[in-house]
Design a protein around this ligand. Structure first.
Ligand code: NAP
Ligand code: GDD
Length: 323
């Protein structure tokens, strides 16, 4: 029997990598798409799967559209990846972020519970929930201390997932994923902003790179590795929560150094610190401990930060050349 999956957020960074993985495994893949009039299908096109997935119109804010999507897709597995996911925007649109990233998780869980309570459910939780870190290396037992409206909203979705597991015995799992990047990363996130700038500077189309806090540290992995962990969680007999990370942390500054060096440039010649990009409250450092995922899922990150950043620079060099 062909398994069916429903992915919310299929037009984001992670959605297409997950869709491709599921297609390779023989799933019928359905994606919820909130039509907004812009070309949101470019990532599916880049992975060559635009015509292999079934798109269903809907919005996380609209429970009826989620019920319809569950009915149409007959999903055995539901991956809730959709969100307002840019941390900086969450201070400008805190209420929208609370609704889309936070309380909408109740809509998705309700749609699952009403239409097919046997379906396995994945919630895209985040290391942002650790915020002001309460342990040097964060794992599933580390207390949360979110530092942005986004982090607060995600914490609601995280606890609701646990609550529906305990209240209704749903197979609902939560992946606490640390930062993961790829050539499909949105341009507003720091890695992609850097790799795009490197390509433009190298090709004479940009003169400088303006960034905010370059001393913050992140545990960065490759999105292509991380979607495998999502799938593995839903194949387990019992639902659970897992930290997914590399176990290495690097400053934004050192990540810049890697990106510029790859094309023979020195980042110090181009970097301008612009307080406009500082955040009202910062998450200074994130460092995950993925030991549980390794032990229980057999998962570990297989792409180094150097491999990831050079892959992104190479993709942006090609894009800028073509433009
Ligand atoms: P992303 O690139 O920002 O994608 C977000 C997706 O959500 C897009 O497809 C977007 O659609 C969709 N969306 C936004 N509002 C919606 C609404 N009201 N109804 C339906 N769809 C809506 O995010 P990502 O990097 O792929 O991350 C996937 C998930 O993992 C997110 O929940 C994110 O918060 C979480 N996460 C990400 C990371 C990371 O480092 N990437 C780490 C931890 C957790 P449009 O294309 O139409 O805007
Ligand atoms: N975006 C951005 N732009 N970030 C900058 C800049 C800049 O110009 N300058 C410095 N930074 C710093 C931010 O202050 C932050 O400390 C770090 O770079 C990473 O920022 P982002 O790439 O925007 O990611 P994030 O860590 O805030 O959030 C991402 O990871 C979370 C998981 O920890 C997002 O993908 C979230 O959705 C995800 O949950």
């Amino acid at each position: 029997m062909t398994k069916s999956a429903l992915i919310t957020g299929i037009t984001g960074q992670d959605g297409p990598y997950l869709a491709k993985l599921l297609l390779q495994k023989g799933y019928a893949v359905h994606g919820l798409i909130a039509r907004r009039g812009t070309d949101t299908l470019w990532r599916l096109r880049e992975l060559g799967i635009e015509n292999d997935v079934t798109l269903i119109n809907g919005d996380l804010l609209d429970l009826s559209s989620l019920i319809r999507a569950m009915q149409l897709s007959k999903a055995d597995e539901v991956y809730n990846l959709a969100a307002q996911s840019f941390v900086a925007t969450s201070w400008e649109q805190p209420i929208l972020t609370a609704q889309v990233t936070g309380t909408s998780v109740a809509n998705v869980l309700e749609a699952v519970r009403i239409v097919n309570p046997q379906a396995h459910f994945y919630q895209a939780s985040t290391s942002e929930m650790f915020g002001l870190i309460q342990a040097e290396q964060q794992d599933e037992t580390t207390p949360f201390y979110p530092r942005s409206p986004y982090g607060v909203a995600k914490l609601y979705g995280h606890w609701l997932t646990i609550n529906y597991r305990e209240s209704f015995q749903l197979h609902a799992s939560s992946g606490i994923l640390f930062n993961h990047e790829s050539p499909l990363r949105g341009i507003e996130f720091v890695t992609r902003k850097v790799t795009d700038a490197v390509a433009r500077i190298k090709q004479g189309k940009q003169k400088e790179l303006r960034l905010g806090n370059v001393d913050s540290k992140r545990d960065w992995g490759f999105a292509g590795d991380y979607v495998q962990a999502m799938w593995l969680m839903l194949q387990q007999e019992t639902p659970d929560d897992y930290v997914i990370a590399t176990g290495r942390t690097t400053t934004v500054r050192d990540m810049c150094e890697i990106a510029f060096r790859h094309v023979g440039l020195n980042y110090q010649d181009y970097l301008v610190i612009d307080p406009k990009f500082y955040r009202p409250a910062e998450v200074d450092v994130l460092l995950g401990n993925p030991a549980k995922a390794k032990q229980k899922l057999g998962w570990e990150a297989s792409t180094t930060l150097e491999e990831l950043i050079t892959m992104m620079v190479d993709a942006d060099m090609r894009r800028v050349e073509k433009a």
